[in-house]
Design a protein. Structure first.
Length: 287
């Protein structure tokens, strides 16, 4: 660039562009830059010939070297599967409840299940399986449907309240806002709140106890300790899936809850279902 014309014969001519008295000189590109450009063009052409590059209707051109990182990954996966084929066969054939905790098969199940859990289950239950409001904590021994290996495996395989598996676990609590008056719902919530020995209004709780016996005990039991056959939670252990405050209890009674878990048996292999069941059982809350 230059801001003044010159008569020097060695100075390149301008391109004819000028801005506020500044002229653009027609300098040639440096030779090293041009040779680098030509080299990259040649390299690019050679690469598209040697390796898969050009998209086709299905797939891509293979390239003369027939090399593919996707193929390498597939080969690595196949090699890994071949190494574990024996353990996988044992896992699929085993009675899960009979696998000793110190057995190689159990260790394999836990290791594989940990990976499956991280990829498929941690989004809801948390990376540490401690859950969050609406998603069960898998570390404690509070189980809606049972915490032994058979029960856990069934829940993983068929899921909860989904519409894709006819054998999914299913429970349905009514929304009592259409059954009870607001003051009655408040009384029932106060009674349930009192079951954990928290400070409460004893008069209101007493009225709620009668309403509970008439409307809730059929599922939760007369002592409010739940029924695993129905998926009805224990209301007297101070472990709450959606929160145990008065507000949370009132919302649950009034509007009900309807959590859904996918049927992982339709998405995962048999060995992955079994492995993640072993892993969850081994977390500490399994029975």
């Amino acid at each position: 660039m230059s801001n003044k014309p010159t008569d020097d014969a060695k100075t390149p001519e301008t391109t004819g562009h000028e801005w506020d008295g500044i002229q653009e000189l027609n300098n040639p590109l440096p030779r090293w830059w041009l040779w680098t450009l030509y080299a990259t063009i040649i390299w690019g052409i050679g690469y598209t010939i040697a390796y898969p590059a050009w998209p086709l209707i299905s797939g891509t051109t293979r390239g003369v070297l027939n090399h593919s990182t996707r193929m390498e990954v597939a080969q690595d996966i196949e090699a890994h599967q071949n190494l574990n084929a024996g353990l996988v066969a044992q896992l699929n054939a085993a009675d899960l409840s009979q696998i000793a905790p110190d057995a190689d098969l159990h260790r394999y199940g836990v290791a594989r299940g940990r990976s499956v859990f991280a990829a498929q289950c941690s989004q809801c239950h948390g990376s540490g399986a401690a859950g969050s409001p609406g998603y069960p904590n898998l570390l404690d021994n509070d189980w809606l449907w049972g915490g032994d290996l058979a029960a856990i495996s069934y829940s993983v395989r068929h899921g909860i309240r989904n519409d894709t598996d006819e054998e999914a676990r299913y429970s349905d609590m009514p929304a009592f806002k259409d059954i009870l008056a607001d003051d009655e719902i408040d009384a029932v919530a106060e009674y349930v709140f009192s079951l954990t020995d928290a400070d409460h209004d004893s008069t209101l709780a007493e009225a709620g106890a009668t309403l509970f016996a008439d409307n809730c005990a059929a599922c939760h039991g007369e002592d409010a300790r739940g029924d695993r056959d129905l998926g009805a939670p224990n209301l007297a252990d101070a472990i709450w899936l959606y929160g145990g405050s008065r507000a949370a209890l009132t919302q649950t009674i009034s509007q009900s809850r309807f959590g859904v878990m996918p049927a992982w048996g339709q998405r995962l292999s048999e060995e992955d279902v079994r492995a993640v069941s072993i892993y969850v059982h081994a977390l500490g809350g399994g029975e």
